[in-house]
Design a protein around this ligand. Structure first.
Ligand SMILES: Nc1ncnc2c1ncn2[C@@H]1O[C@H](COP(=O)(O)OP(=O)(O)OP(=O)(O)O)[C@@H](O)[C@H]1O
Length: 349
């Protein structure tokens, strides 16, 4: 199958007074229709800049300096702003951590949703309103007419985020880029929204990139994972397989720092050391100073290679020979495998 989105060697750099911050430096992954990709990594690893690059929303002092973004056969880096403007909001939509980045506080929901439809499509106001109602129902809002007549401040945080997701869905996009959209919500609401998003992607064929620092969230949501460290993808593959048998020491460290039921109360493993400054990266592998497996070979920069079928890893010493996944890996992998069973069908009144 041809990928809906294929990102190859993407580089987005920020030209600051203090030097060049290579926020995204050789990021590659691909995504098929209806698939969910979890883009994970610690703060500052370049996840959001990757998302903004795909939408052509990187402002100076940043710019894309290399690589290709192929979306449904069109190469967006070469196509530049005119091509990206055409796709933005319509075929590629974005959901932010703060729903108020999408919502206008002084307009009723029906006004802003209807205007969004009419801005891109020649349909009647009645048809636009019907579409808005349908989009709200899709995100689990059971009384759309009532909600449409409300202002954003009359909603809870979870409800506002649902509305922002509904707005992203209005043009039936092929791809949604979601940047930590549930981080500020409580766990129950988060779980409901994740389940609805999963159902939506399966039903509509919309693909999604879910950006998060929280591996536990994407382990139950994403089909595929791309793990980022210091501007690079260090591991990419099918979620259950990556979690069951992480190959990159950084991925393994992330998994070991996720609290799990069985190990609750036990001391969590933290990845020692700090993420490096992008202005002063260590020589060779950027993870080297924090890595227990590093040696002099790691003074060279490893490439992102296919070390197992359908599994790319950027490491000279991956954990290929580690046969037994630890308890945390096994539990998370189980969650990833059973994720479709866990879909919450409950709707919100
Ligand atoms: N406007 C900017 N000017 C200069 N550097 C920037 C700018 N925006 C981002 N960067 C650089 O890019 C790096 C990666 O930022 P990004 O927001 O993508 O990280 P992230 O992985 O999404 O982390 P977080 O979860 O904290 O948002 C930053 O640490 C910073 O060095």
């Amino acid at each position: 199958m041809t990928a809906l989105l294929s990102v190859e060697g993407l580089q987005t750099h920020f030209f600051t007074r203090d030097g060049v911050a290579k926020a995204v430096d050789g990021v590659s992954f691909s995504l098929e229709r209806g698939q969910i990709l979890g883009l994970v990594g610690e703060s500052g690893s370049g996840k959001s800049v990757t998302g903004f690059s795909l939408l052509g929303l990187v402002d100076p002092p940043g710019r894309i300096v290399g690589g290709t973004i192929t979306f449904d056969g069109a190469e967006l880096v070469k196509g530049g702003e005119p091509m990206m403007r055409n796709l933005r909001g319509k075929r590629i939509a974005m959901i932010f951590q703060d729903p108020m980045m999408t919502l206008n506080p002084v307009l009723r929901i029906d006004t802003q949703m209807v205007e969004t439809v009419l801005a891109h499509e020649k349909v009647s106001r009645a048809e636009a309103l019907k579409r808005c109602r349908e989009a709200l129902v899709m995100v689990g809002i059971a009384s759309p007419d009532e909600r449409l007549q409300s202002y954003p401040h009359q909603f809870s945080g979870g409800m506002r985020q649902r509305v922002a997701i509904a707005i992203a869905l209005l043009h039936k996009p092929d791809l949604i880029i979601a940047d930590e959209p549930t981080t500020a919500l409580d766990v129950t609401i988060q779980a409901q929204i994740l389940a609805e998003v999963q159902k939506l992607c399966a039903e509509t064929g919309t693909a999604m990139i879910w950006i998060t620092h929280d591996l536990a969230i994407v382990s139950g949501l994403a089909d595929r994972l791309a793990v980022m460290y210091a501007g690079r993808v260090v591991e990419e593959g099918e979620t259950a397989r990556v979690i069951e048998r992480p190959l990159h020491p950084y991925t393994k460290g992330l998994i070991e720092s996720v609290p799990q039921g069985k190990t609750r109360g036990a001391r969590l493993q933290q990845i020692s050391g700090m993420t490096p400054s992008l202005l002063n990266l260590p020589q060779g592998c950027a993870f080297r100073p924090r890595c227990s497996r590093a040696d002099e070979a790691c003074l060279e920069e490893p490439a992102l290679d296919e070390k197992l079928p359908d599994r790319k890893v950027r490491c000279f010493h991956p954990w290929t020979l580690d046969p037994v996944a630890d308890a945390r890996s096994a539990a998370l992998a189980e969650k990833a495998r059973s994720r479709t069973d866990a879909i919450v069908t409950e709707t919100v009144p």
